[in-house]
Design a protein around this ligand. Sequence first.
Ligand SMILES: [Fe+2]
Length: 279
Amino acid sequence: MKDENIIQISNDVKNLGVFSKNNFLDEDDFGFVSKSLIELVKKQKKIYFPVTFKQFFIKFIKFEFKKSQTSKKLIDISNKLKLKKIASNILGKEAFLETLDCYLSNKSNKQILEWHNDIGFKPPNISEDDFLKEAQATIRNKKDGSSRGVKFFVYLTDVKSNNGALGVIPYSHKIVTALTKLIVENKINIKPYWKLKDLREFIFSKNIKESIIQFVNSDEVDRFIDYSKFIDSSEKDTFDFDYEMKKNSVVIFDELCVHRGSAPVENDRLVLRYLYRKK
Ligand SMILES: [Fe+2]
């Protein structure tokens, strides 16, 4: 990957929250990855690949050699494509590969995951204290919580609108970042905002929009409010922000973006994910 491409990708993710590209891996690498992952998910739908020495060691004592071998190759590919450098540029701090996994979603009419952002407070799944640790780690680089980062979705099957595509609302990471910052700085009271519906309610509550505007251009806030109004409609979904991708493509996005995985209505979906976080 050339330096100018890395800068272009990083700038797009920083500004818009998301970047997509077809023909991501070279032909040989894609052939290897595709064959290996299709084989592995026959036995187990979700696979975590080892990335740390300890995780490789655990796979070794469990005789899971195939996963370790595949992981080494997947890490080699990430080095070739300079994914760590891209993530570091986006996050403004040195990043590391925290999770490497792949999963198969079988053909279904059920949304893979509803519209949400990855940091938002979501009781009762997380306590206020644990949420604050994650928020501090993400906003202030504090070390006692795990921070949110950048995800690389590499598709091994084609995805279309209403068939497994990821939807990402542009600029939404800026709103979620501002809100999280205001909570961390004790300027506003905490409320749930993992779900898009809750996030909008939060923004509309007293004086919140005015506070967000201190950090985000007011046009971008209004644009987000307009883009996300579908959630209050009877359908509660839109396909306007879907990334229709061919196999061997990538969608790179900031985890603070509002996103959802649409139902793989027509065929199974197989995706490989690299997740980078701040060191
Ligand atoms: Fe998510």
